[in-house]
Design a binder for this molecule. Sequence first.
Ligand SMILES: [Zn+2]
Length: 134
Amino acid sequence: MDRMPIVDYLVLDEPPRLVAHECMACQARYFDRRNACAACGGTEFTRADVERDATLRSFTIVNVAAEGVPVPYVAAIVDCAGTTVPGLLVNTPPDPVHVRLGMKLRLTTFSIGADASGVDAVNYGFEPAAEGER
Ligand SMILES: [Zn+2]
């Protein structure tokens, strides 16, 4: 089945990875395309692979969402070796017992469904990293 990432900064290699726009002057990173760096005003960017291992920095457990969106789910901000990344926390129960600030995570991907031509749309998220794997 053909697969397509839902954001252009997700690269579906094995393993999958996120790729940021990195300011060549100050190394600030952005996931959207910028004309200029918000930190230093630089206008030259390069592409930089983002570390797949992450640490949970902030989260909220979402219990109310638009109709058709399954709840609860965990919206998170993670730190990938210095790069701040927003994403969903997946493959763990969405409750305060299982979701803890500072927990170790790893980038993963999951299907959000296929279109009529069979192309599978793929999103990214972060799942708990097993102890000892890092
Ligand atoms: Zn900059």
